[in-house]
Design a protein around this ligand. Structure first.
Ligand code: ADP
Ligand code: MG
Length: 701
């Protein structure tokens, strides 16, 4: 790398250092107040910032700016404007006003609004989110100044993922500050810190382009496992192939320039699967950065003749992709509220907050579940793959023991220590062990000083998951603060509250194997919901408890929640419809004709041999011909059925009903069509098979 990494990092970000350098002291101070303390933004400040931002961007080659926002499609949206402004003498000058920085008005009637806006009232606004820094993006389009924004309707309803997230961060801050103050600490803000680990697949682009299913749906709709899958565990943390590492190198550089702290990279469990994790940041920035990570992965892969698949389940039979959302709460004084310290049993504030999280997850596990729901994740959660669809919390031996002491005796007297690790080789240093082992099967695991929510879908924005997490914890903290602020004896009250909360919600704690059948039974006994599909998860958004909670903390209005329900059902129905239509097309114009060709080849062979040597043995050819003809007939029957049910689905006008029909009738019909085609794939001559196979895609990068 020609440039030093320390200089390169954040060089395309209008970050704090740049602002100090380029803004008048007063402007900088005013803007910082807004960013750090959530104070209202003065329009005059915006004017000065806009000008400085423009100069900085233009010096770096920018010609355009865009408000960068996150509509409910789950991906980002942008509309580019150049800085040019005509002058009287027929020339141009470069302009960018405070108004243009603060407010945009994309005519965005084509974004999903769930009934919040009819097309005739198309007005939507984007509003500058100064808590996430503006950045430059460099690609074939040149250099563009990207300004993170929130997106709302003419009537102020959120039409995006960011607005509710920002609202939830405020709610969490307000309530957590109340709690921390009760313990005598002077803090002004508490912010949610998030580190999302992103899993993805890389496949060869030329092969990708031969598969309509990957192109249209992001996943393979047909295909059988090659002789080798992931059973040897030789890919996980394996050495990275050069083509992939050169992709990673360029990706890192791109991300670092934009201020994304790309930190960890490794091969994942499945062949062709990888992971990238940044260093954690405030929930809002982490969410923006995760979008940049996903976008950059796609772009950079393309330049390396690779295609990045972010789908949750690109290949049946091998591990899918998820996003582990690491979450904690940090005060403006730099203290992590989920840090138990060496002796968690006497860290009362930690125990109270831990109890609050357990209660929040127990009461609102249905909301966490829906926050991780998308059509792709239906193949992971509750299918034969981790994590299970049942939300439970893993605490680990140390905290579980503290919890047991508290519940049993009302007091916790000790904390188990991890001890030392003896490897049995003198030259290897003795290591201190963590007090707790890991549990990879838990959907919500305490991992030392943070929780790791492991259900989130790989292709989804992490905004909703964190909006839910922030709000449910804020809600419990607010109840606790109400109770404790009025207590006559705080120490006694907090002690009782911890004990009661832990006792009431201990059913959510599970430290065993989350993948086992026994857990499904045990969870049912405990009354924990097991919601196995997106369609069944969606209603959780608008239960009475959910509406009441979100409204109380001003995160979502009831209208916004209902619109999101509508959007989700619609998104599900559309996704399955596209999958079904893609299958129909692939079966009709690719697989069936290919099998017919092979059948003809066999028949020709039989005829040719018979005419040459009438008593020759052609049992192999005729046996095969019979087998594939029978499978071909089955394919045709299944194809017809899928066509029928897909057509039937299109007739349903009620969106939730339609989504249910897609799940209950279309998805099974898709499986029925896949089965004979997959069986044919291992019988038909490879040269005649019309698309690259799993073997070609997974092992030939
Ligand atoms: P794992 O071993 O779980 O795969 P990784 O190193 O891949 O761990 O990712 C862990 C993620 O958790 C990183 O993004 C890291 O920055 C983040 N993280 C670490 N500490 C915290 C914290 N206190 N709050 C939120 N995220 C954190
Ligand atoms: Mg990891």
């Amino acid at each position: 790398m020609s440039e030093k990494l320390t200089d390169l990092f954040g060089s395309d970000v209008f970050n704090d250092a740049t602002m100090i350098e380029r803004l008048p002291k007063k402007t900088y101070a005013a803007l910082k107040k807004t960013i750090e303390n959530g104070e209202d933004l003065d329009p005059n400040v915006a004017e000065v910032v806009a000008n400085a931002m423009k100069d900085w961007a233009i010096e770096r080659g920018a010609t355009h700016y865009t408000h960068w926002f996150q509509p409910m499609t789950g991906i980002t949206a942008e509309k580019h404007d150049s800085f040019i402004s005509p002058t009287a003498d027929g020339k141009i000058m470069m302009e960018f006003s405070g108004k243009e920085l603060i407010k945009g008005e994309p005519d965005a009637s084509s974004f999903p609004s769930g009934g919040l806006r009819a097309t005739f009232e198309a007005r939507g606004y984007t509003a500058w989110d100064c808590t996430s820094p503006a950045f430059l993006r460099e690609d074939a389009a040149g250099v563009t100044l990207c300004i993170p924004t929130a997106f709302c309707s003419y009537t102020g309803e959120a039409l995006d993922m960011k607005t509710p997230l920002l609202r939830s961060m405020e709610a969490l801050s307000t309530q957590a500050v109340r709690i921390v103050k009760l313990f005598g600490h002077d803090v002004k803000r508490v912010s949610a810190s998030v580190g999302p680990e992103q899993e993805y697949f890389l496949v060869d682009k030329a092969k990708y382009l031969k598969r309509d299913d990957l192109i249209f749906t992001g996943r393979t709709l047909f295909g059988t496992m090659p002789p080798k899958g992931q059973e040897l565990d030789d890919h996980y943390f394996g050495s990275i192939k050069e083509r992939v590492s050169s992709f990673m190198k360029e990706l890192n550089t791109e991300l670092w320039k934009m201020g994304v702290t790309s930190k960890t990279q490794h091969n994942e469990v499945a062949p062709a699967q990888h992971e990238l994790a940044p260093i954690y940041a405030s929930a809002n920035i982490a969410t923006d950065h995760n979008q940049l990570v996903m976008e950059s992965m796609k772009k950079v892969a393309n330049r390396h003749n690779l295609t990045c698949l972010l789908h949750e389940k690109p290949f049946a039979g091998v591990n899918g992709s998820g996003k582990h959302d690491n979450w904690s709460m940090v005060t403006d004084t730099g203290k992590n509220l989920l840090e138990p310290g060496k002796t968690p049993h006497d860290n009362v504030q930690f125990l109270l907050i831990l109890a609050a999280v357990l209660k929040a997850v127990d009461i609102h596990s249905d909301l966490l579940r829906v926050s991780a729901a998308n059509p792709g994740n239906d193949h992971r959660l509750g299918a034969n793959e981790a994590p299970p669809a049942i939300v439970s919390v893993f605490l680990g031996t140390q905290l579980e023991d503290v919890l047991a002491q508290l519940i049993e005796t009302g007091e916790a007297k000790s904390s188990k220590d991890g001890g030392k690790l003896n490897i049995g080789v003198h030259t290897i240093p003795e290591l201190k062990k963590d007090a707790t082992d890991r549990n990879r099967t838990s959907p919500f695991a305490f991992t030392g000083n943070k929780f790791e929510f492991r259900m989130v879908a790989s292709s989804m924005s992490i905004a909703t998951a964190n909006t839910v997490l922030n709000t449910i914890v804020a809600d419990v903290l607010s109840e606790m603060a109400d109770e404790l602020e009025n207590a006559s004896n705080f120490d006694l009250a907090v002690h009782d509250l911890i004990k009661k909360t832990l006792t009431d919600h201990q059913r959510i704690v599970f430290n065993g194997n989350g993948y086992s059948e026994e857990w499904v039974e045990e969870a049912a006994k405990r009354g924990l919901p097991n919601i196995t599909s997106m369609v069944e998860a969606i209603p959780a958004l608008v239960t009475d408890k959910s509406v009441k909670m979100f409204e109380k903390h001003h995160v979502f209005s009831s209208v916004e929640l209902h619109s999101r329900v509508e959007i989700q059902y619609e998104a599900y129905a559309k996704a399955i419809n596209i999958e079904a239509k893609t299958m129909i097309s692939m079966a009709s114009v690719k697989y069936i004709p290919a099998v017919i060709s092979y059948a003809k080849k066999l028949a020709d062979s039989i005829n040719a041999i018979k005419s040459a040597v009438p008593d020759a043995d052609v049992s192999v050819q005729s046996g095969l011909l019979k087998e594939i003809s029978s499978l071909l007939a089955k394919t045709q029957v299944a194809l017809k059925k899928l066509q029928d049910v897909t057509a039937e689905a299109a007739e349903i006008s009620d969106v939730p009903e339609m989504a249910k029909f897609f799940k209950d009738a279309v998805v099974p019909a898709m499986a029925e069509l896949r089965a004979p085609v997959d069986a044919l794939e291992v019988k038909v001559e490879k040269e005649l098979w019309p698309v690259p196979t799993y073997g070609d895609l997974l092992f030939e990068v």
